[in-house]
Design a protein around this ligand. Sequence first.
Ligand code: CMC
Length: 379
Amino acid sequence: MCEKKIHDGLQDVLACKSSICRIEMIDGKAILEYRGYDIHELAQHSTFEEVAYLLLFGELPTKSELEAFSEELKELRELPPQIIGLLTHLSPFSHPMVVLRTAISYLGTMDKHIHHKSHEKSLQKAKSLIAKFPTIVAYFHRIRSGQNLVHPSDELSHAANFLYMLHGVEPTKTEAKAMDLDLVLHADHELNASTFAARIAASTLADIYACVVAATGTLMGPLHGGAAQKVMEMLREIAVPWRAEEYVKMKLERGERIMGFGHRVYRGVVDPRTIELRALAEKLAKEKEPKWFEISRAVEEAVYKYKGLFPNVDFYSASVYANLGIPDDLFINIFAISRISGWTAHIIEQYENNRLIRPRAFYVGEAGRKYVPIDQRGD
Ligand code: CMC
C-alpha cells in the first residue's frame, strides 16, 4: 500500500515559488496575469517586446527602456554563418521543431561564456535567444522550400519582422498586429510542461541552452504545443462546418481526444487566452479566409455539447496561423518564438533561487530478487 499520496501527472502540485505568471480561479472565472498584469489588458495595449521585457525584468518598461530593448533585439536578430550553414545541411524534411532545438544547441557551442550564470549574462543570453528564434524558423523554412533568405529588417517589430522573413513581403498592419497579439498571448503560462522541463534542467545548474533545448523538446508533443498543428489537420479533415458535429461525435465515441480542447489547469473554466484568440481568429476570418474559423466554431459547439470541454490556447491559434499563411508544421515553432521569453524568465528565476528538483517515484516493481547468472537462465 502506498502511504503517501501519488500526484499522477503532478496535478495541482505546487513545485516552486514564482513571481512570473499568476493563474487563479475566482468565482468560476480564470485570471491570468504576467507579473501581476491581466492578460486581457496586455492583449489590448501591449506588444510582444513589452511583454518580453516585463517577463524578464519584472516591470513594465518606460518608453526609453522599451526603445533600447527593442533596438537590442533587432541587433541580435541575425544568425552567425555557422548556424545558417547548419540549417542548409539539415534534411529539408526534418520537422522545424527538431531543427530549432538543434540550432539552439549549436548556438551554445558558439557561446564562450556558456556556463556563466550571473543575472547580467543570463539576461544577455535570453535576449539573444528571443531575438534569434524567429530568424532560425524563417531561415529554415526558406531554405527547405528553395527560396532566398530574407534578412532581418531593422525597421520592423519582432512580430512583423518574423512574417517578413518568412514570406519575403512586409505584412499588412492587420497581419502584423495579429502575429504580435498571438505572441503576447503565448509568452508565458506558469509551470506548463515545457517551462517545468526548463526549470528542472536549470535546477541542475545546466547552461541556459541546455534548459531551452529541454523546453523546446517538451513543447513539441501533441499534448502540449504540438496540439495546434493537430488542430489544423482536424480542420482540414472536417473541411466544411456542417461535418464538424458528426466528426466530433465519432471521435469521442471511439474514445479519441479532440485536439485543442481540455486543460490541466482550466478545468470547467474558460482559458482567458481563448477569448482573445477566438476574437482574433474571427477578425482575420472577416478579412481573409472565413472557412477555418467557421469550422472551428462548429467544432467548439460540438465538443461542448458532447463532452462539456472548452477550447484551449492551441485551438483558435490554428485558424489564426492558417490565415497568416503559416505552414502547418511551423505552428509549434510560433509557440516557441513566443514562449522563449517565458522560458528564459523562469530559467533565470530558477538559477537565482535554486534547489535541485528531484521528486520520488513510488516503486511498484518486484523487490529483493536474487540475481541468476546468465548460463542458469535457460532460453
Ligand atoms: N478530448 C476529449 N476528451 C478530453 C480531452 C480532449 N481533448 N481532454 C480531456 N478530455 C477528457 C478526458 O478523457 C477525461 O474524461 P473522463 O473524465 O470522462 O475520463 C477528462 O476530460 C479529464 O481529462 P484528463 O486526461 O484528466 O486531463 P489532463 O489534465 O490529464 O490532460 C490535456 C490535459 C491538455 C493533456 C488534455 O486535455 C488533452 O489531451 N487535450 C488535447 C491536447 C491538447 O489540446 N493539448 C494542448 C494543451 S493546452 C496548451 C499547451 O499546453 O500547449
